[in-house]
Ligand binder design. Structure first.
Ligand code: GP9
Ligand code: MN
Length: 401
Protein backbone atom coordinates (compact mmCIF):
# COMPACT_ATOMS: atom_id res chain seq x y z
CA UNK A 1 0.00 0.00 0.00
CA UNK A 2 0.96 3.70 0.32
CA UNK A 3 3.39 3.18 3.21
CA UNK A 4 5.25 0.52 1.24
CA UNK A 5 5.45 2.92 -1.68
CA UNK A 6 7.02 5.59 0.55
CA UNK A 7 9.48 3.12 2.02
CA UNK A 8 10.71 1.82 -1.32
CA UNK A 9 10.96 5.35 -2.68
CA UNK A 10 13.52 6.15 -0.02
CA UNK A 11 15.85 3.56 -1.57
CA UNK A 12 15.71 4.90 -5.11
CA UNK A 13 19.02 5.48 -6.82
CA UNK A 14 19.66 9.22 -7.35
CA UNK A 15 23.08 8.73 -8.88
CA UNK A 16 23.47 11.47 -11.38
CA UNK A 17 20.49 10.75 -13.60
CA UNK A 18 19.76 14.48 -13.67
CA UNK A 19 23.18 15.18 -15.13
CA UNK A 20 23.19 16.43 -18.65
CA UNK A 21 25.28 14.55 -21.18
CA UNK A 22 25.75 15.12 -24.90
CA UNK A 23 23.90 12.02 -26.00
CA UNK A 24 20.65 12.89 -24.22
CA UNK A 25 17.75 12.57 -26.66
CA UNK A 26 19.82 11.62 -29.72
CA UNK A 27 17.47 8.73 -30.54
CA UNK A 28 14.22 10.57 -29.88
CA UNK A 29 11.48 9.44 -32.22
CA UNK A 30 13.55 6.69 -33.84
CA UNK A 31 12.43 3.07 -33.98
CA UNK A 32 14.17 0.91 -31.39
CA UNK A 33 15.35 -2.61 -32.12
CA UNK A 34 16.48 -4.67 -29.15
CA UNK A 35 18.44 -7.81 -29.90
CA UNK A 36 19.07 -10.26 -27.10
CA UNK A 37 22.15 -12.31 -27.88
CA UNK A 38 21.53 -15.67 -26.28
CA UNK A 39 24.20 -16.69 -23.76
CA UNK A 40 26.73 -14.25 -25.18
CA UNK A 41 29.54 -13.22 -22.87
CA UNK A 42 31.78 -10.24 -23.45
CA UNK A 43 34.98 -12.29 -23.65
CA UNK A 44 34.15 -13.33 -27.23
CA UNK A 45 34.30 -9.72 -28.46
CA UNK A 46 37.58 -9.11 -30.28
CA UNK A 47 38.72 -12.61 -29.32
CA UNK A 48 40.68 -14.60 -31.85
CA UNK A 49 40.60 -18.39 -31.87
CA UNK A 50 43.17 -20.09 -34.08
CA UNK A 51 43.94 -16.66 -35.51
CA UNK A 52 40.35 -15.94 -36.50
CA UNK A 53 37.93 -13.42 -35.02
CA UNK A 54 34.96 -15.10 -33.34
CA UNK A 55 32.62 -12.13 -33.87
CA UNK A 56 33.83 -10.26 -36.98
CA UNK A 57 30.52 -8.49 -37.55
CA UNK A 58 30.10 -7.29 -33.97
CA UNK A 59 33.73 -6.20 -33.80
CA UNK A 60 33.16 -3.98 -36.80
CA UNK A 61 29.80 -2.70 -35.60
CA UNK A 62 31.33 -1.74 -32.27
CA UNK A 63 33.66 0.73 -33.97
CA UNK A 64 30.59 2.77 -34.93
CA UNK A 65 28.62 2.20 -31.74
CA UNK A 66 28.53 3.00 -28.06
CA UNK A 67 30.17 -0.11 -26.70
CA UNK A 68 29.87 -0.73 -22.97
CA UNK A 69 32.54 -3.24 -22.08
CA UNK A 70 32.13 -3.43 -18.29
CA UNK A 71 28.53 -4.51 -17.95
CA UNK A 72 27.71 -7.49 -15.75
CA UNK A 73 25.05 -10.15 -16.17
CA UNK A 74 22.57 -9.73 -13.31
CA UNK A 75 20.08 -12.37 -14.40
CA UNK A 76 19.06 -14.95 -11.82
CA UNK A 77 16.98 -18.12 -12.18
CA UNK A 78 14.75 -16.54 -14.82
CA UNK A 79 17.67 -16.42 -17.29
CA UNK A 80 16.63 -14.73 -20.58
CA UNK A 81 13.36 -13.60 -19.02
CA UNK A 82 15.23 -11.92 -16.15
CA UNK A 83 17.35 -9.95 -18.61
CA UNK A 84 14.22 -8.89 -20.50
CA UNK A 85 12.57 -7.95 -17.23
CA UNK A 86 15.45 -5.77 -16.04
CA UNK A 87 15.74 -3.95 -19.35
CA UNK A 88 12.03 -3.33 -19.61
CA UNK A 89 11.41 -2.24 -16.03
CA UNK A 90 14.70 -1.33 -14.33
CA UNK A 91 13.75 -3.66 -11.48
CA UNK A 92 15.80 -6.60 -10.20
CA UNK A 93 14.88 -10.22 -10.85
CA UNK A 94 13.32 -12.10 -7.94
CA UNK A 95 15.52 -14.21 -5.62
CA UNK A 96 13.93 -17.36 -7.00
CA UNK A 97 11.94 -18.21 -10.09
CA UNK A 98 11.16 -15.74 -12.87
CA UNK A 99 9.01 -12.61 -12.51
CA UNK A 100 7.55 -13.56 -15.90
CA UNK A 101 6.14 -16.72 -14.35
CA UNK A 102 5.43 -15.49 -10.85
CA UNK A 103 3.96 -12.02 -11.41
CA UNK A 104 2.62 -11.81 -14.96
CA UNK A 105 -0.47 -9.83 -13.97
CA UNK A 106 1.26 -6.98 -12.19
CA UNK A 107 1.23 -3.41 -13.40
CA UNK A 108 4.64 -2.34 -14.69
CA UNK A 109 6.29 0.91 -15.73
CA UNK A 110 8.00 -0.76 -18.66
CA UNK A 111 9.60 0.61 -21.80
CA UNK A 112 6.62 -0.13 -24.11
CA UNK A 113 4.24 1.68 -21.73
CA UNK A 114 6.56 4.63 -21.12
CA UNK A 115 7.32 5.06 -24.82
CA UNK A 116 3.69 4.78 -25.79
CA UNK A 117 2.67 7.41 -23.25
CA UNK A 118 5.47 9.80 -24.14
CA UNK A 119 5.77 9.41 -27.88
CA UNK A 120 3.04 7.09 -29.21
CA UNK A 121 5.28 4.07 -29.76
CA UNK A 122 3.94 0.62 -30.61
CA UNK A 123 5.78 -2.49 -29.38
CA UNK A 124 6.29 -5.96 -30.82
CA UNK A 125 8.31 -9.00 -29.76
CA UNK A 126 9.91 -11.60 -32.05
CA UNK A 127 11.09 -15.00 -30.85
CA UNK A 128 11.32 -18.43 -32.49
CA UNK A 129 10.39 -20.47 -29.44
CA UNK A 130 6.88 -21.34 -28.19
CA UNK A 131 4.95 -18.29 -27.02
CA UNK A 132 4.37 -19.84 -23.61
CA UNK A 133 8.07 -20.37 -22.83
CA UNK A 134 8.86 -18.30 -19.73
CA UNK A 135 5.19 -17.34 -19.81
CA UNK A 136 6.01 -14.66 -22.36
CA UNK A 137 2.57 -14.72 -23.96
CA UNK A 138 1.05 -13.45 -20.70
CA UNK A 139 3.89 -11.29 -19.45
CA UNK A 140 4.46 -9.45 -22.73
CA UNK A 141 0.90 -8.16 -22.49
CA UNK A 142 1.52 -6.76 -19.02
CA UNK A 143 4.77 -5.21 -20.19
CA UNK A 144 2.82 -3.44 -22.91
CA UNK A 145 3.72 -5.33 -26.08
CA UNK A 146 0.98 -5.09 -28.70
CA UNK A 147 2.13 -8.10 -30.72
CA UNK A 148 4.21 -11.21 -30.11
CA UNK A 149 5.47 -13.12 -33.13
CA UNK A 150 6.48 -16.55 -31.81
CA UNK A 151 7.10 -20.04 -33.17
CA UNK A 152 3.63 -20.32 -34.70
CA UNK A 153 4.30 -17.27 -36.88
CA UNK A 154 7.45 -18.76 -38.41
CA UNK A 155 7.92 -21.51 -40.92
CA UNK A 156 9.84 -23.91 -38.69
CA UNK A 157 11.15 -27.11 -40.25
CA UNK A 158 13.59 -29.82 -39.28
CA UNK A 159 15.94 -28.29 -41.85
CA UNK A 160 15.98 -24.76 -40.45
CA UNK A 161 16.03 -25.71 -36.75
CA UNK A 162 18.59 -26.78 -34.21
CA UNK A 163 18.45 -27.22 -30.43
CA UNK A 164 15.61 -24.96 -29.11
CA UNK A 165 14.14 -24.12 -32.50
CA UNK A 166 14.50 -22.05 -35.63
CA UNK A 167 18.08 -21.00 -36.35
CA UNK A 168 18.93 -17.32 -36.06
CA UNK A 169 19.47 -16.66 -39.79
CA UNK A 170 16.04 -17.93 -40.96
CA UNK A 171 14.58 -16.32 -37.82
CA UNK A 172 15.75 -12.85 -38.87
CA UNK A 173 14.91 -13.46 -42.52
CA UNK A 174 11.38 -14.55 -41.72
CA UNK A 175 10.88 -11.66 -39.28
CA UNK A 176 11.39 -8.99 -41.92
CA UNK A 177 7.87 -8.84 -43.34
CA UNK A 178 6.21 -8.49 -39.97
CA UNK A 179 8.78 -5.95 -38.85
CA UNK A 180 8.25 -3.83 -41.92
CA UNK A 181 4.52 -3.73 -41.28
CA UNK A 182 4.72 -2.38 -37.72
CA UNK A 183 3.30 1.02 -37.16
CA UNK A 184 6.06 3.57 -36.50
CA UNK A 185 7.65 4.55 -34.29
CA UNK A 186 8.07 1.09 -32.85
CA UNK A 187 9.99 -0.82 -30.24
CA UNK A 188 10.86 -4.30 -31.55
CA UNK A 189 12.32 -6.93 -29.27
CA UNK A 190 14.26 -9.79 -30.90
CA UNK A 191 15.47 -12.83 -28.97
CA UNK A 192 18.04 -15.02 -30.67
CA UNK A 193 18.22 -18.70 -29.81
CA UNK A 194 20.92 -20.65 -31.63
CA UNK A 195 23.72 -19.88 -29.18
CA UNK A 196 22.10 -21.84 -26.38
CA UNK A 197 23.60 -24.60 -24.26
CA UNK A 198 24.72 -27.24 -25.27
CA UNK A 199 25.71 -25.17 -28.35
CA UNK A 200 24.77 -27.56 -31.15
CA UNK A 201 25.26 -26.74 -34.81
CA UNK A 202 25.39 -28.83 -37.98
CA UNK A 203 28.70 -28.78 -39.75
CA UNK A 204 27.36 -26.81 -42.71
CA UNK A 205 26.49 -23.91 -40.38
CA UNK A 206 29.86 -23.87 -38.67
CA UNK A 207 31.63 -20.84 -40.07
CA UNK A 208 34.64 -21.14 -37.79
CA UNK A 209 36.41 -24.21 -36.45
CA UNK A 210 35.63 -25.18 -32.87
CA UNK A 211 38.21 -24.15 -30.29
CA UNK A 212 40.52 -26.84 -29.03
CA UNK A 213 40.37 -26.63 -25.26
CA UNK A 214 39.76 -29.69 -23.10
CA UNK A 215 36.10 -28.65 -22.69
CA UNK A 216 33.79 -29.57 -25.57
CA UNK A 217 31.06 -27.14 -24.50
CA UNK A 218 33.49 -24.23 -24.80
CA UNK A 219 34.85 -25.45 -28.13
CA UNK A 220 31.35 -25.63 -29.61
CA UNK A 221 30.38 -22.26 -28.09
CA UNK A 222 32.86 -20.58 -30.43
CA UNK A 223 30.98 -21.99 -33.45
CA UNK A 224 27.50 -21.02 -32.25
CA UNK A 225 28.63 -17.52 -31.27
CA UNK A 226 30.07 -17.08 -34.77
CA UNK A 227 26.80 -18.31 -36.31
CA UNK A 228 24.89 -15.75 -34.22
CA UNK A 229 27.32 -13.03 -35.32
CA UNK A 230 26.67 -13.89 -38.97
CA UNK A 231 22.92 -13.92 -38.34
CA UNK A 232 23.21 -10.34 -37.08
CA UNK A 233 25.15 -9.40 -40.17
CA UNK A 234 22.38 -10.87 -42.31
CA UNK A 235 19.73 -8.94 -40.34
CA UNK A 236 21.56 -5.65 -40.86
CA UNK A 237 21.95 -6.39 -44.58
CA UNK A 238 18.22 -6.99 -44.89
CA UNK A 239 17.35 -3.86 -42.91
CA UNK A 240 19.63 -1.74 -45.06
CA UNK A 241 18.25 -3.23 -48.26
CA UNK A 242 14.71 -2.39 -47.16
CA UNK A 243 15.60 1.13 -46.02
CA UNK A 244 14.78 0.25 -42.41
CA UNK A 245 18.23 0.79 -40.95
CA UNK A 246 18.62 4.56 -41.02
CA UNK A 247 15.92 5.67 -38.63
CA UNK A 248 16.51 3.04 -35.97
CA UNK A 249 18.52 2.68 -32.77
CA UNK A 250 19.87 -0.82 -32.11
CA UNK A 251 20.39 -2.14 -28.61
CA UNK A 252 22.32 -5.38 -28.70
CA UNK A 253 23.12 -7.19 -25.47
CA UNK A 254 24.21 -10.58 -24.15
CA UNK A 255 21.35 -11.86 -22.02
CA UNK A 256 23.48 -13.80 -19.50
CA UNK A 257 26.46 -16.13 -19.29
CA UNK A 258 26.56 -19.16 -21.57
CA UNK A 259 29.40 -21.09 -20.01
CA UNK A 260 28.47 -22.07 -16.47
CA UNK A 261 31.07 -22.47 -13.78
CA UNK A 262 31.07 -26.21 -14.40
CA UNK A 263 32.65 -25.69 -17.86
CA UNK A 264 34.50 -22.46 -17.18
CA UNK A 265 37.91 -24.09 -16.97
CA UNK A 266 37.76 -24.28 -20.78
CA UNK A 267 37.35 -20.51 -21.02
CA UNK A 268 40.25 -19.85 -18.65
CA UNK A 269 42.26 -22.22 -20.83
CA UNK A 270 41.23 -20.36 -23.98
CA UNK A 271 42.14 -17.00 -22.45
CA UNK A 272 45.29 -18.27 -20.80
CA UNK A 273 44.33 -17.22 -17.31
CA UNK A 274 44.00 -18.81 -13.88
CA UNK A 275 40.77 -19.92 -12.31
CA UNK A 276 40.22 -17.29 -9.59
CA UNK A 277 37.16 -15.65 -8.06
CA UNK A 278 37.96 -12.35 -9.80
CA UNK A 279 38.54 -14.00 -13.18
CA UNK A 280 35.21 -15.77 -12.78
CA UNK A 281 33.62 -12.40 -12.03
CA UNK A 282 35.14 -10.84 -15.15
CA UNK A 283 33.61 -13.62 -17.23
CA UNK A 284 30.18 -12.49 -16.04
CA UNK A 285 30.41 -9.46 -18.32
CA UNK A 286 28.06 -9.31 -21.27
CA UNK A 287 28.46 -7.07 -24.30
CA UNK A 288 26.15 -4.06 -24.49
CA UNK A 289 26.22 -2.29 -27.84
CA UNK A 290 24.06 0.69 -28.70
CA UNK A 291 24.22 1.51 -32.37
CA UNK A 292 22.73 4.76 -33.62
CA UNK A 293 23.36 5.14 -37.38
CA UNK A 294 25.76 8.03 -38.12
CA UNK A 295 26.81 8.46 -34.49
CA UNK A 296 30.52 8.26 -33.87
CA UNK A 297 31.61 5.14 -32.00
CA UNK A 298 32.83 5.27 -28.40
CA UNK A 299 33.90 2.58 -25.96
CA UNK A 300 32.53 3.36 -22.53
CA UNK A 301 34.28 1.65 -19.66
CA UNK A 302 31.83 2.56 -16.95
CA UNK A 303 31.08 -0.34 -14.61
CA UNK A 304 27.39 -1.23 -14.71
CA UNK A 305 24.86 -4.00 -15.01
CA UNK A 306 22.17 -5.20 -17.39
CA UNK A 307 19.55 -3.40 -15.29
CA UNK A 308 21.12 -0.07 -16.33
CA UNK A 309 20.13 -0.52 -19.98
CA UNK A 310 16.62 0.63 -19.05
CA UNK A 311 17.49 4.16 -17.93
CA UNK A 312 20.18 4.50 -20.60
CA UNK A 313 17.67 3.89 -23.38
CA UNK A 314 15.09 6.24 -21.93
CA UNK A 315 17.67 9.02 -21.69
CA UNK A 316 18.78 8.43 -25.29
CA UNK A 317 15.10 8.71 -26.24
CA UNK A 318 14.96 12.06 -24.51
CA UNK A 319 12.95 10.85 -21.54
CA UNK A 320 14.31 11.68 -18.11
CA UNK A 321 14.32 8.53 -16.06
CA UNK A 322 15.14 10.01 -12.66
CA UNK A 323 11.47 10.36 -11.67
CA UNK A 324 10.73 6.69 -12.22
CA UNK A 325 10.54 4.06 -9.51
CA UNK A 326 13.30 1.68 -10.52
CA UNK A 327 16.95 0.83 -9.88
CA UNK A 328 18.43 1.50 -13.28
CA UNK A 329 21.24 4.04 -13.68
CA UNK A 330 22.01 5.80 -16.94
CA UNK A 331 25.31 4.33 -18.17
CA UNK A 332 26.40 7.62 -19.72
CA UNK A 333 26.49 9.30 -16.31
CA UNK A 334 26.69 6.35 -13.92
CA UNK A 335 28.80 6.75 -10.82
CA UNK A 336 31.53 4.09 -10.90
CA UNK A 337 31.31 3.86 -7.12
CA UNK A 338 27.67 2.78 -7.16
CA UNK A 339 27.63 -0.99 -6.80
CA UNK A 340 26.42 -3.38 -9.46
CA UNK A 341 24.18 -5.66 -7.45
CA UNK A 342 23.84 -9.38 -8.03
CA UNK A 343 20.92 -11.41 -6.85
CA UNK A 344 23.16 -13.67 -4.74
CA UNK A 345 24.30 -10.71 -2.62
CA UNK A 346 27.60 -10.14 -4.42
CA UNK A 347 28.48 -6.67 -5.65
CA UNK A 348 31.08 -5.09 -7.87
CA UNK A 349 32.23 -1.49 -8.30
CA UNK A 350 35.13 -0.02 -10.26
CA UNK A 351 37.49 -0.71 -7.35
CA UNK A 352 35.95 -3.44 -5.22
CA UNK A 353 34.13 -6.72 -5.48
CA UNK A 354 32.37 -8.71 -2.80
CA UNK A 355 32.39 -12.40 -3.69
CA UNK A 356 31.80 -15.55 -1.66
CA UNK A 357 31.84 -13.59 1.59
CA UNK A 358 35.08 -11.74 0.87
CA UNK A 359 35.83 -8.16 -0.13
CA UNK A 360 38.43 -7.82 -2.90
CA UNK A 361 40.46 -4.88 -4.10
CA UNK A 362 40.20 -5.29 -7.87
CA UNK A 363 43.49 -3.51 -8.52
CA UNK A 364 45.69 -5.64 -6.26
CA UNK A 365 43.41 -8.69 -6.63
CA UNK A 366 43.80 -9.24 -2.88
CA UNK A 367 41.12 -9.77 -0.25
CA UNK A 368 40.87 -6.65 1.92
CA UNK A 369 39.08 -5.63 5.08
CA UNK A 370 35.33 -6.23 4.78
CA UNK A 371 34.54 -2.63 5.68
CA UNK A 372 35.63 -1.50 2.19
CA UNK A 373 32.53 -3.29 0.95
CA UNK A 374 30.10 -2.60 3.80
CA UNK A 375 28.34 0.48 2.39
CA UNK A 376 27.94 -1.17 -0.99
CA UNK A 377 26.48 -4.29 0.58
CA UNK A 378 23.98 -2.16 2.45
CA UNK A 379 22.96 -0.44 -0.80
CA UNK A 380 22.60 -3.86 -2.39
CA UNK A 381 20.39 -5.18 0.41
CA UNK A 382 18.19 -2.09 0.38
CA UNK A 383 17.74 -2.05 -3.38
CA UNK A 384 17.01 -5.76 -3.64
CA UNK A 385 14.54 -5.54 -0.79
CA UNK A 386 12.76 -2.51 -2.25
CA UNK A 387 12.64 -4.08 -5.70
CA UNK A 388 11.15 -7.28 -4.28
CA UNK A 389 8.55 -5.22 -2.43
CA UNK A 390 7.55 -3.41 -5.61
CA UNK A 391 7.13 -6.70 -7.44
CA UNK A 392 5.58 -8.83 -4.72
CA UNK A 393 3.31 -6.00 -3.53
CA UNK A 394 2.41 -5.00 -7.11
CA UNK A 395 3.09 -1.47 -5.90
CA UNK A 396 2.63 0.36 -9.20
CA UNK A 397 -1.06 -0.38 -8.74
CA UNK A 398 -1.07 1.89 -5.70
CA UNK A 399 0.86 4.72 -7.25
CA UNK A 400 -1.93 6.21 -9.38
CA UNK A 401 -0.85 8.20 -12.37
C1 GP9 B 1 14.09 -19.70 -24.86
C2 GP9 B 1 15.06 -18.68 -24.40
C3 GP9 B 1 16.32 -19.31 -23.91
O1 GP9 B 1 12.84 -19.15 -25.20
O2 GP9 B 1 14.51 -17.83 -23.48
O3 GP9 B 1 16.19 -19.89 -22.67
P1 GP9 B 1 17.05 -19.47 -21.37
O4 GP9 B 1 18.30 -18.82 -21.78
O5 GP9 B 1 16.21 -18.56 -20.58
O6 GP9 B 1 17.32 -20.77 -20.68
MN1 MN C 1 19.02 -16.98 -22.46
Amino acid sequence: DETDVQEVQSYMKGNGEEESFPEFGIAEGKNIVFISLESTQNFVINLKVNGEEVTPFLNELIRDSFYFNNIYDQAAQGKTSDAEFMINTGLYPLPSGSVFVRRPNNQFQSLPHILRENDGYTAAAFHGNDASFWNRDEMYQSLGFDTFFSKKDYDVTEENSVNYGIKDIPFFEQSMDNLSELSEPYLANFLTLTNHFPFLLEEEDQMISPANTSVGVVNRYITTVRYEDQALQRFFELLKAKGMYEDTIFVIYGDHYGISQKYEAGVHELLGQKETALNHLELQKVPVIIHVPHQKGKTIETVGGAIDIHATILELMGIRDSEQMNFSRNLFTRDNEAPVVFRDGSIVTKDYAYLNGRCFDKQTKKAVSANKCTTHLETARNELHASDQIILGDLFRFMGK
